[in-house]
Design a binder for this molecule. Structure first.
Ligand code: LRH
Length: 476
């Protein structure tokens, strides 16, 4: 096809969206059709994703996309946050999937590390140690594993509900801790050592693979005959596809709930120094390696806003994020830079209180006002981004000369400027919808509406959404 109309379903940890992309003739146009919240639910046994509600929203969004485009939807692709999954038996979901911020995983980490020590684990899977990596969560589900016959990651589970196909898309499979980053195949020996039956790991597929058409149940809502295509189903993999540069010597920050900061490489770096620096080797589209570190990200801001909203009275409403960022911009004095990656900031809860506690423990001035606190978060994130780019360059032996900020964080001018100032590098911000764009382009390429390498796709992104430039200012 010379042209294609495709729908990208992009599910983030705080919101989801359905975006239609029209691709062809060297052009890329996007249309937002649906946006919905993603609110986790806490039950007696922990924090869960409301996956049925998300699936309902996906179906409704796709129906809307199809109506607006007069039925001409050539394909659908799904991406979401990584690591989380559902276990199934004969196609039936066993339990409500957990949220990676649930605190059950400490026991899983201990169990796995007793069987395979951390340094050896890294040599196998090349993943940054995060307590919620799938491999640790599966250890917490040991009682269900003998019953389960499949493990499906969130986007694969939704694709299964849409099509009936049970597969594991490779970029997201690379976040489980059970994929060999050198071969891109399941490490079944590692899985067996950890008590995970290899039979629950689905056949792997690459982005661009066809997954089939909608089942009758899904078609009843969306319409008949719509094909589903695998994309970089890990949202960060799709976002990196849409970094608007054909130059390989750039660093990126995919900035949403998390700040994923790193480089794209051709081969994994599995050295002890990469492990010590907490770098991950995740799988990218077209077999590229996303060599990056998870920085805590805009979660610190969104969760602070949520904390303040909870404490707001009816007379005193809580400020919006825009108002808080204005107040933060107005702060003139120096603010404390804290360690955004401290594990205390991972679980939901009182982030402002935890920041103040961190400052007290480290004998540094704690922010006094909300404006100061937000400024402190922004400066601390920018410092972490700058340090991480530097570290990535050092570990990979490749100096980055520019930092691309893609995702929601590209709208945060204070953060983009602070990242330029603290790194001494030019920051190029945008596109905001990088993840959806990467999702759209991989589908469009599979359909023949655009062709070439990732660089060709990125050239199209650069021409359709030119980034905003921030130059570093002298530090005083
Ligand atoms: C970002 C993201 C990130 C993962 C985390 C669980 O949305 O996918 O890349 O580490 O969520």
């Amino acid at each position: 096809a010379a042209r294609a109309t495709v729908a990208a379903v992009d599910l983030g940890a705080t919101s989801g969206r359905v975006i239609v992309g029209h691709v062809g003739g060297g052009e890329l146009r996007l249309r937002h059709v649906a946006r919905f919240g993603n609110e986790p639910v806490r039950t007696r046994d922990g924090l869960h994703w409301n996956l049925l509600e998300l699936y309902r929203q996906v179906l409704a969004g796709l129906a809307e996309a199809r109506r607006d485009d007069a039925g001409s939807l050539d394909s659908v692709g799904i991406d979401s946050w990584a690591v989380d999954y559902g276990l199934l038996r004969r196609g039936r979901l066993l339990g409500v999937p957990y949220h990676y911020r649930d605190d059950r995983t400490a026991a899983g980490v201990e169990h796995v590390h007793a069987l395979v020590p951390p340094d050896e684990l890294y040599r196998h899977n090349g993943l940054q140690h995060l307590p919620f990596n799938t491999v640790f969560q599966l250890a917490c589900d040991a009682d269900l594993l003998p019953v389960a016959d499949r493990m499906l990651l969130v986007p694969d589970l939704l694709a299964y509900w849409l099509t009936g196909a049970q597969v594991a898309e490779r970029t997201n499979a690379s976040t489980t801790g059970l994929l060999d980053p050198r071969t891109g195949e399941w490490d079944t020996a590692l899985a067996s050592r950890l008590g995970v039956p290899a039979s629950i790991l689905p056949p792997l597929v690459d982005p661009g693979a066809s997954l089939g058409v909608l089942t009758d149940e899904a078609a009843r809502v969306v319409g008949q005959g719509v094909p589903v295509t695998a994309v970089g189903s890990h949202d960060t993999a799709s976002a990196v596809v849409a970094v608007p540069s054909t130059d390989r010597d750039v660093a990126y920050v995919s900035c949403g709930t998390w700040g994923l900061v790193g480089l794209e490489l051709d081969a994994p770096v599995l050295t002890e120094s990469a492990r010590a620096a907490r770098f991950t080797n995740e799988g990218g589209v077209d077999g590229r390696v996303r060599f990056l570190h998870n920085v805590m990200g805009l979660w610190l801001l969104s969760e602070s806003v949520r904390t303040w909203e909870r404490s707001a009275t009816t007379e005193q409403r809580s400020s919006t994020l825009a108002e808080l960022l204005d107040a933060a911009t107005a702060v003139t004095g120096p603010v404390t830079v804290f360690d955004v990656d401290d594990p205390r900031f991972l679980p939901p809860g009182d982030i402002p209180g935890r920041i103040v506690a961190w400052c007290r423990e480290h004998d540094v001035a704690a922010p006094q006002t909300r404006g100061e606190l937000v400024r402190s978060i922004v400066e601390s994130l920018a410092q972490a981004f700058a340090d991480t780019v530097d570290e990535a360059s050092r570990l990979a032996g490749r100096r980055a000369t520019v930092i691309h900020v893609v995702g929601g964080g590209a709208l945060n001018t204070l953060l983009c400027q602070a990242t330029a100032d603290r790194s001494g590098l030019t920051v190029l911000a945008g596109p905001v919808e990088a993840t959806a764009i990467g999702n759209v382009l991989v589908q469009a390429r599979a359909l023949g509406a655009v062709d070439g390498t990732l660089e060709d796709l990125r050239d199209l992104v650069l021409r359709s959404s030119p980034p905003v430039r921030y130059e570093p200012r002298a530090q005083h």
